[in-house]
Write a protein that binds this ligand. Structure first.
Ligand SMILES: Nc1ncnc2c1ncn2[C@@H]1O[C@H](COP(=O)(O)OP(=O)(O)OP(=O)(O)O)[C@@H](O)[C@H]1O
Ligand SMILES: [Mg+2]
Length: 327
């Protein structure tokens, strides 16, 4: 379906699925979102990462046209989701935080009902529903009532439902909240496949691992403000640190501690009994390790254990907000 077919007068901004400009949302005297600015590229998985109550769902609801901004504006493929709601709605597929399925209907009926709602022609409906059930790996449960499904199965069905009318932009609000690892992996694959089909995805999560594994870019929000926006790799390189931990057979001497501090790339050294912890600056750990091993050898220090920890998004979050995601 061509966007131009639906509204010939509305220019479609190439490259941007979503543009958010100076978005502020107040609930009475409480400011839930404050001056948010960002855009989502066509064909990317964009993550909104933040602790509970930071404003993720509020942002998503406004972009999806389910809630109005107090000030500022959003555009979805150049459309105003409130004023051009019919056209915008056809471009979007929403999986809300609380998966609103009809519990007393079967999986197949839930999808068929949605297909009717979105005006999918009768002759295409059955085929499309079948395809979506296969994608969600629920074909064998097509005739079962949703009330008998596990949390993970319901999530998968909700995602299948959101994709049924072939949207260009998919909203996933905490897609793996409370599901087991098996369903989580299935959902992750499903999300990647959806992106690879050329769709754009806005995903909210408060799982750092999920943001790291899935997102092309991440916006960290805290108290309704955008803290940072970048790729997971850049965030980790800019705000995280690699740490090398070396345990020797004997206690670390002050001399060795001092020598280690002279190694290019080593930012700080922490010594405790036989263990050295070296925090690296903005360097590749692979460039530092050979040098370290050579020095240890020269000093006659025998290594018992050596481990390398890559920078994590946990650290990034801590560095930028001063606390952990679940404090
Ligand atoms: N309809 C509303 N009326 C009043 N306050 C609201 C309303 N909706 C959200 N809020 C408040 O706005 C803030 C942001 O809520 P929001 O649901 O967007 O957070 P969230 O990041 O999605 O959190 P969670 O991780 O718990 O889903 C919270 O403090 C919430 O209490
Ligand atoms: Mg939420």
């Amino acid at each position: 379906m061509l966007i131009q077919d639906m509204d010939k007068d509305t220019p479609v901004r190439a490259g941007h699925a979503v543009a958010v400009t100076d978005l502020t949302k107040e609930f009475g005297s409480f400011t839930a979102l404050s001056e948010l600015n960002f855009h989502i590229d066509n064909g990317e998985i964009f993550g909104l990462l933040g602790p509970n109550g930071s404003g993720k769902t509020t942002t998503l609801n406004i972009i999806a046209g389910l809630s109005v901004p107090t000030t500022g504006k959003v555009a979805v493929y150049g459309l105003n989701p409130r004023e051009q709601s019919a056209a915008a709605r056809r471009l979007m597929g929403v999986v809300p935080q609380e998966t609103a399925l009809y519990e007393e209907l079967t999986a197949e009926k839930n999808l068929t009902f949605h297909a009717e709602l979105f005006g999918i022609p009768r002759r295409e409906r059955a085929e499309q529903v079948k395809r979506m059930l296969e994608l969600a790996q629920l074909s064998d449960r097509a005739k079962s009532r949703v009330s008998s499904f596990s949390g993970g199965m319901k999530r998968r069905l909700a995602i299948a439902r959101a994709l049924l009318h072939d949207p260009k932009l998919v909203f996933l609000d905490e897609p793996t909240l409370g599901v087991d690892v098996h369903s989580r992996n299935m959902i992750w694959d499903y999300i990647r496949k959806t992106r690879d089909e050329g769709r754009s995805i806005l995903l909210t999560t408060n799982y750092l691992e999920e943001a790291n594994a899935l997102c092309d870019r991440i916006a960290i929000i805290d108290h309704g403000r955008l803290v940072v926006l970048d790729t997971p790799t850049s965030l980790k390189t800019k705000y995280g640190k690699s740490v090398i931990e070396i345990t020797l057979h004997t206690d670390v001497t002050e001399g060795l501690d001092r020598t280690m501090q002279t190694v290019p790339g080593v930012q700080s050294v922490d010594r405790q009994g036989p263990t050295l912890r070296l925090s690296l600056g903005d360097v590749d750990s692979g460039a530092v390790l050979p040098h370290l091993l050579q020095l240890l050898d020269q000093e006659g220090s025998k290594t018992q254990r050596l481990s390398l920890r890559e920078p994590s998004l946990e650290e990034v979050f801590l560095a930028l907000t001063g606390r952990g995601l679940r404090d």
